[in-house]
Design a protein around this ligand. Structure first.
Ligand SMILES: NC(=O)C1=CN([C@@H]2O[C@H](COP(=O)(O)OP(=O)(O)OC[C@H]3O[C@@H](n4cnc5c(N)ncnc54)[C@H](OP(=O)(O)O)[C@@H]3O)[C@@H](O)[C@H]2O)C=CC1
Ligand SMILES: N[C@@H](CC=O)C(=O)O
Ligand code: NA
Length: 373
């Protein structure tokens, strides 16, 4: 039996996606330790939430079955991203950092982590959809970019675990030309409109569906980041950049917000959620207007690569349209390319939720393992 190869995993963020990831990591660790050809000793060495962190100075592993209680009872001060990078870079084995937060400071530090040979896998969109320089710095540092640092993968930043980014990269790397990408890119928006305005009529109040989407773990930590269209704009920024468009930021193209003007000034997500029912009447009006034309409304996005045109917002669809027929949190993403002609390559399925998102993160971790071995 060959000697086992040691790889360390550091996890920042243990909310809906983070917890599901840690559970998948536990399964993966067991499976890899008994691989006959190349056993891998995958060890969790760092776990953090926003105000709690647990790790051992000597890099001894954290038990995957007791991380939650270890973290809860820890009295350590939460280190800055620079301190985390310093700690991880001195580890006596390769480290994969899994960022399950939506934190901007952690994302801004990806070039630093990668430059120190720490690989990064993440569903956090901030690093890939904020200013263009951050995107460029990440791929200048990464070994799967033009650099020589760690590896970076972020499949779950678009379409949760659905193979959206890997498919787009495969199309491009095999010489296809991307003409247009369009569809439903938000699990939250899909769920909201599928349940508030189902084909055939009916549906609950809009604000009640927003509460449900939050409870189901589909929304961003602050649901206003979904309702203002920014989450979809971030995803389209990522897809457009991979397709070769130098999009400066998600504010570079038109994005329709569903936040009522009167609620723009809400100081917290909680205050916003409390006042949202006041505006259910406006959403009902939208539903009735569409119904008069025999249509439903859905929140969609598109990238016309040749025209360099990106847009995000509401559109009406006939009941027979595949976008109108989506269920639950499903995303649908159509790639129109030169090779596929007028029949696009279509990816469809759950676009949000802890398990579905963590699956993409765990699959990315496996990709890094293959590259490290
Ligand atoms: N939920 C989904 O369906 C999908 C989510 N994503 C992305 O996955 C990421 C996580 O989403 P989700 O799990 O739903 O969000 P949650 O709000 O459930 O979890 C976020 C976690 O990050 C922690 N956190 C925040 N800031 C920091 C920080 N500076 N240092 C350490 N930990 C921090 C929070 O700590 P605390 O527990 O203390 O609050 C929490 O544990 C987001 O970037 C989201 O956009 C992507 C695709 C789908
Ligand atoms: N809030 C997002 C989560 C996945 O990216 C969504 O609803 O799609
Ligand atoms: Na994906």
């Amino acid at each position: 039996m060959p000697a086992a190869r040691q790889i360390f995993v550091a996890v920042i963020g243990a909310g809906g996606v983070g917890k599901a990831f840690l559970s998948q990591l536990s399964q993966l660790t067991k499976r890899l330790s008994s691989e006959p050809s190349t056993p891998i000793n995958l060890a969790l060495i760092y776990v953090a939430r926003s105000s709690k962190v647990f790790f051992n100075e000597d890099y001894s592993p954290i038990s995957i079955s007791s991380w939650e209680s270890d973290l809860a009872s820890s009295t350590r001060t939460v280190p800055s991203p620079t301190q985390i990078a310093d700690y991880l870079s001195k580890a006596p084995a390769s480290v994969i950092l899994v960022d399950n937060t939506s934190n901007e400071d952690v994302a801004n530090a990806y070039p630093l982590f990668l430059g120190k040979k720490i690989s990064v896998v993440t569903p956090n969109k901030k690093g890939f959809s904020s200013n263009l320089k951050l995107w460029q710095d990440i791929f200048k540092a990464a070994s799967n970019g033009t650099g020589s640092g760690g590896y970076v993968f972020h499949e779950s930043t678009v379409g949760a675990g659905l193979p959206v980014l890997s498919t787009l990269k495969d199309l491009i790397e095999t010489g296809d030309e991307i003409v247009k990408i369009e569809g439903v890119f938000s699990g939250t928006m899909s769920f909201l409109f599928n349940s508030f305005m189902p084909v055939g009529g009916g549906g609950g109040s809009f604000s009640a569906e927003v509460t449900k989407a939050k409870e189901l773990g589909y929304t961003e930590p602050d649901p206003r980041d979904d309702l203002n269209g920014l989450d979809v704009a971030r995803k389209l920024t990522i897809l457009a950049r991979i397709s070769g468009l130098e999009i400066e930021s998600p504010a570079s193209f038109p994005v329709q917000s569903l936040i009522p003007n009167e609620l723009e000034s809400c100081k917290s997500g909680d205050e916003f959620m409390k006042r949202l029912p006041e505006f259910d009447g406006e959403m009902d009006k939208l539903k009735q207007e569409a119904a008069k034309e025999g249509k439903v409304v859905r929140f969609v996005g598109s990238i016309d690569v040749a025209e360099k045109d990106v847009k995000v917002g509401l559109e009406k669809f006939d009941a027979s349209h595949p976008i109108a027929a989506l269920k639950g949190s499903d995303n649908i993403i159509s790639f129109y390319t030169k090779r596929y002609g007028s029949n696009p390559l279509i990816i469809q399925g759950a676009g949000a939720g802890g398990d579905a998102t963590a699956m993409g993160v765990t699959a990315d971790l496996i990709k890094v393992l293959r590259l490290l071995l």
